[in-house]
Design a protein around this ligand. Structure first.
Ligand code: NDP
Length: 291
């Protein structure tokens, strides 16, 4: 059996076309959705992500600004800029590119973002909202995974989902979102004994570890859906996932490749959250659904 490949580039294109219609609708009413990205230091990987985000914004009809600070910037200065952005009506979503340099307290910086502009969904209020099932802005990577499952017609309710990894940005919110949709969820970590015994029971297996090919075909149930969030740069410069794609694709029902799987969906969902924020900021007479 050969798995269906969940093509993140194609799915992202489809979803972005839907977002573009929503952005145009707002722009016609005189409110172009706007995203501000705050970046500190000159981490080359972060700069690439930020450039990609700016490009994706312009292609989707979203206004974007990049606010760059030198590595040694003070926390006060960054937080002062975030407060200005909180009060700027041109901006509906604010994203702080992580990781920040060690002298800055990420939790305090994120906490200074207005909850209604927290397009990344990392503010503690939004984390709490996710836990209670009243999601405001779902974190972009797990939101992208949920969108992929939906677009590929993969049922979640009643399925056994296994999430490998428990980070605050991927593993934990992923598990909560699957739980919210009615899956029975197991979370595995570096402390889990007999990882394969858990992964082999998964109908839906999401892997977010950051270790190349930690999951191989022997650890996957035949016909399972395998979502690889991991991005690992190999010594030859190529990117690879946490899943041994070549062996797993012969056994799984659906599988995501790396690159070209979850990655393109993450930025797509950031665009969606920014548009959502702009829609919510409109008075009800503009005809937007404020549910
Ligand atoms: P973290 O390093 O924050 O978390 C990794 C998790 O993996 C931890 O919870 C850790 O467990 C767990 N882990 C480590 N070793 C094992 C093991 N042997 N067995 C089971 N679990 C293990 O990483 P992130 O969540 O931030 O990212 C994970 C991967 O996803 C990375 O490759 C990252 O680059 C990628 N990523 C991709 C995105 C995309 O858009 N596609 C977006 C964000 C991340 P413990 O807590 O016990 O240490």
């Amino acid at each position: 059996m050969s798995a269906k490949i969940m093509d993140g580039n194609a799915l992202a294109k489809e979803v972005r076309a839907e977002w573009k219609v929503r952005a145009e609708r707002l722009t016609k009413k005189g409110v172009q959705p706007g995203l501000a990205v705050v970046i500190v230091g000159d981490n080359p990987a972060s700069s690439i992500y930020v450039r990609n985000k700016a490009k994706a914004c312009s292609e989707t009809g979203i206004y974007s600004e990049v606010h760059e600070f030198p590595e040694n910037v003070s926390q006060d200065e960054v937080m002062r800029r975030i407060r200005e952005l909180n009060n700027n009506p041109r901006i509906h979503g604010i994203l702080v590119q992580l990781p920040l340099p060690p002298h800055l307290e990420s939790s305090k910086v994120i906490a200074s973002i207005a909850v209604e502009k927290d397009a990344d969904g990392f503010h503690l209020y939004n984390v709490g909202a996710l836990v209670t099932g009243n999601t405001v802005f779902p974190p972009c990577t797990p939101y992208g995974v949920m969108k992929m499952l939906e677009k590929c017609g993969i049922p979640v309710e009643g399925q056994h989902a296994v999430v490998v990894g428990r980070s605050n940005i991927v593993g934990k919110p992923m598990a909560l979102m699957l739980l919210q949709k009615g899956a029975t969820v197991t979370i595995c970590t570096s402390k889990t004994r007999e990882l394969a015994e858990h992964t082999r029971r998964a109908d839906i297996l999401v892997v977010a570890v950051g270790k190349p090919h930690i999951i191989n075909a022997s650890m996957v149930k035949a016909g399972a859906t395998v979502i690889d969030v991991g991005i690992n740069r190999m010594p030859d410069g190529k990117l690879t996932g946490d899943v041994d794609f070549e062996s797993v694709k012969e056994k799984a029902g659906h599988v995501t490749p790396v690159p070209g799987g979850v990655g393109p969906m993450t930025i797509t969902m950031l665009l969606g959250n920014t548009i959502e924020a702009a829609e919510r900021a409109q008075p009800p007479e503009h005809g937007f659904n404020h549910n």
